[in-house]
Write a protein that binds this ligand. Structure first.
Ligand code: G1P
Length: 292
């Protein structure tokens, strides 16, 4: 049973200020949809049916986005704009439920996930970090492949990608004991460390923000002490888990855009915008004119 996905959305979005002053950073757009809709669609395609947002005050726009907007739907119907009405209406399929819980204090990612404990119950679950938009232009999405691997093996999965050595201190880094892990492959995790200094990093395999985890993680999080940055780190609880149960690093095939920072958000807009039916042609042409 793998149906629930926890999406922490309580961050302040300081890296994309001033854009995120009055709207949640998750509502910034990539082409024609907010970032949060891109990741919710990714989760739905991978088979998840219960979306649990971990939110905070000032972030109601996210919940509103997935709710009905009767006045808008009525107006678009009246004007015969059926495609637009469908786009507004279809932010969430009927068989998908969305609920939100609050993270009253910013005590870290591990704490945010723990805030969803009573909704997750004793089921295995996924965690998606919504800053990271994953693009799989050809073929199956990485999250779908990772969920299939969990369903086939019963082992927890953490998505990783190789990053340049000088960037390891920005991420959780996994140690697969030097076993080569090609794109689309997985290997057992022997150790992991949150935001290590470059000289202490056991590898350059960075956690990109997609996890499929056993229910036990919630209990481990309750016992996890503050770690890197004084925050309760999911990575620390997962390291404890590796001593009890196998956990695999799944190396992604696609490309990840960190939409929690300005350059990543722009890159995602260009990459996805070039393939979008309404914007691709005009954007391609425009990019050739600014090639100074
Ligand atoms: C979090 C995780 C980290 C992961 C990163 C991916 O860190 O703690 O392990 O590599 O997300 O974006 P944050 O970026 O929230 O500091």
């Amino acid at each position: 049973m793998l149906s629930k996905v926890v999406i922490p959305v309580a961050g302040l979005g300081t890296r994309v200020l001033p854009a995120s002053k009055a709207i949640p950073k998750e509502m910034l757009t990539v082409v024609d949809k907010p970032v949060i809709q891109h990741v919710v669609e990714e989760a739905i395609e991978a088979g998840f049916r219960e979306i649990i947002l971990v939110t905070r005050s000032g972030k109601q726009a996210i919940e509103d986005h997935f709710d009905h907007h009767y006045e808008l739907e009525h107006e678009l119907t009246r004007k015969g704009k059926h495609d637009l009405r469908a786009a507004v209406n279809d932010t969430l399929p009927d068989d998908v439920e969305i609920v939100s819980v609050r993270q009253p204090q910013a005590l870290g990612l591990g704490h945010a996930v723990l805030c969803a404990k009573h909704v997750v119950g004793d089921e295995d679950f996924a965690v998606i970090l919504p800053d990271m938009v994953i693009d799989n232009p050809d073929g199956q999405r990485d999250l779908t492949a990772m969920a299939e691997r969990y369903r086939a093996t019963g082992k927890g999965q953490i998505m990783v990608e190789s990053v340049p050595q000088e960037q390891v201190q920005r991420y959780g880094i996994v140690d697969c004991g030097g076993v080569p892990v090609g794109p689309g492959e997985a290997a057992e995790i022997r150790g992991m460390v949150e935001k290590p200094a470059a000289e202490d990093a056991p590898s350059n395999l960075a956690i990109v923000g997609r996890y499929i985890l056993p229910a036990r993680v919630m209990q481990l999080l309750q016992e996890t002490q503050p770690g890197a940055g004084g925050e309760i780190q999911l990575t620390d609880a997962l390291l404890t888990l590796t001593h009890e149960a196998p956990l695999e690093a799944f190396n992604m095939r696609g490309r990840v855009y960190d939409c929690g920072n300005k350059a990543g958000l722009l890159q995602a807009n260009v990459a996805l915008g070039l393939r979008h039916a309404e914007t691709g042609e005009a954007l391609r042409e425009f990019l050739t004119t600014i090639n100074w």
